[in-house]
Design a protein around this ligand. Structure first.
Ligand SMILES: Cc1cc2nc3c(=O)[nH]c(=O)nc-3n(C[C@H](O)[C@H](O)[C@H](O)COP(=O)(O)OP(=O)(O)OC[C@H]3O[C@@H](n4cnc5c(N)ncnc54)[C@H](O)[C@@H]3O)c2cc1C
Length: 457
């Protein structure tokens, strides 16, 4: 049925007036996402306030043959949470947050961000292990897997997920957990938004009160670049670091002469005894004279402030890959890539993982690349449409050169790079199992604006 004004009006009334058309003064702000390279012009934005509203929005989209874009934190690197002519189901009003008595579990509405949940859990000396950035939505990061500052110590975000409530393509509200619909629960832990619209998440909390962490700014010398990965792998699992090879930001702690110069911003968290934390950071401090040393005891959520400026919205090209190792060849590739990057802002990120993440069996969740010890992300900003082809060619070139050591992809770091890249995120047996779950829960592929799993036939 075509979308006429009367049907939009009726739909809006059924959602208590929370449906917005392009003529609404705040429409562009509301439809905007973090990935500015995607110029989405949705047909409508719906902001449901209850699971029933979500079901009504899904039904409306199906009735009018509108593609659905699900939006929570809006940080999809592929820009999947908007799109031309789509119905955006925006869950930012799902903001409920409860820590269970005893303080070991937390239930959170899908519209919350990692920073908001971390701030609430911190009052209990606990956290949920999300990623490196406060503004990322808990929904997208959790459904894709979740790799962050506590990955080596406690595993991925999905390893702490207890249950989700989601609205299915046919409008049912379903709880998925180890006990209830366990196959669906397996699928949502890594399979992304393929199976329904999640309205709330329940997590087991992990200890993270005062941690020994922060940011160490090192010169991007050959010695530093090749020294980080071995040190990160040899460090106690209580410490996870993320190395960002990037231009020094114009921050108060950066000497003016260094601003814009290539540096390695080593971000990380040691969660445990603070004296042991200091010892664990010592080898990194010894790599070179730090340009700035902002590492020390701090409340866990404080570590998010170091990514605030580098994580502002922008038009970016991202290429991510999971590697079997970082050797001198990889370091050379990264060094050459930085030198040849066309963007005003280029960031080459190395995450050494393993530890608790690798101890979870590969078939326990739909994120199966548990044994991959390293994740690398190449990102460059293209400030204009004209700059996009060069940025894309550069990022594709970096990916091509890293491929000889590649073991897979991580869906949360994928753009729309084609079916083959989605398959890289899911080994064959995982993909087959996801496709079978998709055939049960979304046989008509209603939820396809994502890293899509085709329903098994
Ligand atoms: C600056 C930045 C930093 C990042 N850092 C990390 C990091 O440290 N670790 C890491 O693992 N990842 C990281 N990511 C990747 C991030 O996890 C993904 O981009 C994630 O999808 C973002 O979630 P969101 O809710 O903000 O995004 P959205 O754009 O709102 O959602 C992304 C997609 O997830 C699905 N989805 C979202 N919410 C729901 C829902 N409620 N129900 C069903 N499907 C849903 C939809 O397919 C949607 O298109 C980062 C991304 C950015 C831009």
């Amino acid at each position: 049925m075509p979308v006429n004004a009367a049907s939009i009006q009726a739909f809006s009334t059924s959602l208590g007036g929370r449906v917005f058309s392009p003529d609404h003064p705040q429409f562009n702000t509301m439809a905007g996402v973090h990935q500015l390279a995607v110029t989405g012009r949705p047909a409508l934005v719906a902001r449901p306030g209850s699971p029933g509203d979500v079901a009504r929005a899904i039904a409306f989209a199906r009735e009018h043959a509108l593609e659905i874009a699900v939006r929570c934190g809006g940080h999809s690197v592929a820009g999947h949470s908007t799109g031309d002519g789509v119905l955006v189901i925006d869950l930012r009003d799902f903001r409920g947050l409860q820590v269970e008595p005893g303080g070991r579990r937390l239930r959170a509405g899908a519209g919350l961000t990692a920073g908001e949940v971390a701030a609430a859990a911190h009052g209990h000396g606990m956290t949920v292990p999300f990623g490196d950035t406060a503004s990322v939505g808990i929904a997208g990061i959790t459904l894709g897997g979740g790799i962050g500052y506590l990955t080596r110590k406690v595993g991925m975000t999905i390893d702490h997920l207890v249950s989700v409530e989601l609205v299915t393509a046919d409008g049912r509200l379903v709880t998925a957990s180890a006990e209830s619909e366990p196959e669906l629960f397996w699928a949502v832990r890594g399979g992304g938004g393929n199976f329904g619209v999640v309205t709330s998440f329940e997590y087991r909390l992990v200890d993270a009160g005062l941690v020994y962490g922060g940011c160490l700014l090192l010169p991007a010398t050959w010695n530093v670049l090749r020294g980080i990965a071995p040190l990160a792998a040899a460090a106690p699992e209580d410490l996870t670091v993320i190395a960002d090879y990037m231009p020094a930001p114009p921050a108060p702690f950066v000497p003016e002469a260094m601003v814009g110069q290539p540096v390695v911003a080593l971000l990380g968290v040691f969660s445990g005894d603070l004296a042991r934390g200091e010892a664990a950071w010592a080898p990194f401090r010894a790599l070179a004279k730090p340009i700035a040393d902002l590492v020390g005891p701090m409340p866990y959520p404080a570590v998010y402030r170091f990514t605030e400026s580098a994580s502002l919205p922008g038009p970016a090209v991202n290429r991510g890959i999971l590697l079997e190792a970082i050797d001198d060849g990889v370091v050379e590739t990264l060094r050459d890539a930085y030198a040849s990057s066309p963007g005003v802002m280029t960031l080459l990120q190395i995450r050494v993982v393993g530890g608790a993440m690798a101890r979870v069996p590969a078939d326990a969740t739909a994120f199966a690349h548990r044994q991959a010890p390293v994740a690398v992300l190449a990102l460059t900003r293209a400030e204009s449409a004209e700059a996009m082809p060069a940025a894309t060619a550069w990022a594709d070139g970096v990916l091509a050169r890293l491929r000889s050591r590649g073991v897979g992809a991580y869906s949360n770091f994928l753009e729309d790079e084609g079916e083959a890249r989605v398959r890289e995120a899911y080994p064959h047996s995982t993909y087959r199992r996801l496709a079978a779950a998709k055939a049960v829960w979304d046989p008509e592929n209603v939820f396809r604006r994502n890293h899509n799993i085709r329903p098994a036939v």
